[in-house]
Design a protein around this ligand. Structure first.
Ligand SMILES: O=P(O)(O)O[C@H]1O[C@H](CO)[C@@H](O)[C@H]1O
Ligand SMILES: O=c1cc[nH]c(=O)[nH]1
Length: 236
């Protein structure tokens, strides 16, 4: 057991899907996995292990924001020998051509957070996805007739900011969308030589102001879940 994950060694698969929402983790386990065992309910941050097409896969909620995902990613990798982590999250589109429910694969994650500038003493580290996971996820998306947007995203510390136009600074430089965890996940995975990827579904548009409901965010992003699971079983 680690401080925040109440599992025994061996309870968690080497490849883990990580939604921010623990109820999205439950949805994935209940609807996509067989022979499911719940290994964690500490702090309500559910974690499950099951099989997908005969391969062992786990799904672990990360919570919202970089401090939260940092704790879970650190413990998964350093205490449970997890080697591949795929975040499956929601995001807000910053580009007019990226619409609600589109899929984004985050090749890189810019950030407004102080976490890495603290570690790198003010210099700028570039949190980057693992290429093997990215390539496999992209190909699996195409096989399912989904064409994902691939590029740079913003991992922000702020959901409700003061400046309603702040996002335009990032959009001007081609950043596709905003979420709140990928930069920390990529940095921690790199530090411990694990592989990480973030796949996102657009739940809001900062361009148009459209947004999906919380139940949609919890249960309806099945294309993203399928891409991640198809990729997971190629990592055995
Ligand atoms: O849907 P999840 O995976 O939680 O991701 C996004 O949603 C939350 C904000 O509503 C943040 O965690 C953000 O990154
Ligand atoms: O972090 C997030 C997630 C979804 N939508 C947003 O606008 N921000």
């Amino acid at each position: 057991m680690s401080v925040h994950i109440g599992a025994k060694k061996g309870d968690i698969a080497p490849t883990v899907l990580m939604p921010g929402d623990p109820l999205r983790a439950k949805f994935i386990a209940e609807n996509f996995l067989s022979d499911v065992v719940q290994y964690n309910q500490v702090r309500g941050m559910y974690g499950f292990t099951g099989t997908y097409k005969g391969h062992k896969v786990s799904v672990q909620g990360s919570g919202m924001g970089m401090p939260s995902i940092s704790i879970y990613a650190h413990e998964l990798i350093t205490e449970f020998e997890v080697r591949n982590v795929m975040r499956v999250g929601s995001c807000g589109s910053m580009q007019p051509h990226i619409k609600l429910r589109d899929i984004i694969i985050a090749m890189a994650a810019s950030t407004d957070s102080g976490i890495n500038s603290h570690v790198f003493k003010g210099m700028n580290y570039a949190p980057t996805a693992n290429f093997e996971l990215l390539q496999k996820a992209y190909e699996n998306a195409l096989k399912h007739n989904i064409t994902p947007q691939v590029g740079n995203i913003l991992s922000s510390d702020v959901f409700y900011g003061d400046d309603p136009d702040e996002w335009k600074r990032w959009a001007k430089y081609g950043v596709l969308a905003v979420e709140m965890e990928a930069a920390a996940l990529y940095s921690i995975a790199a530090k411990f030589r694990a592989k990480a990827l973030t796949i996102l579904t657009v739940s809001d548009s900062l361009v148009t102001g459209e947004e999906l409901s919380s139940i949609d965010r919890q249960e309806s992003f099945t294309d993203m879940m399928t891409i991640a699971l198809e990729t997971a079983i190629q990592m055995d």
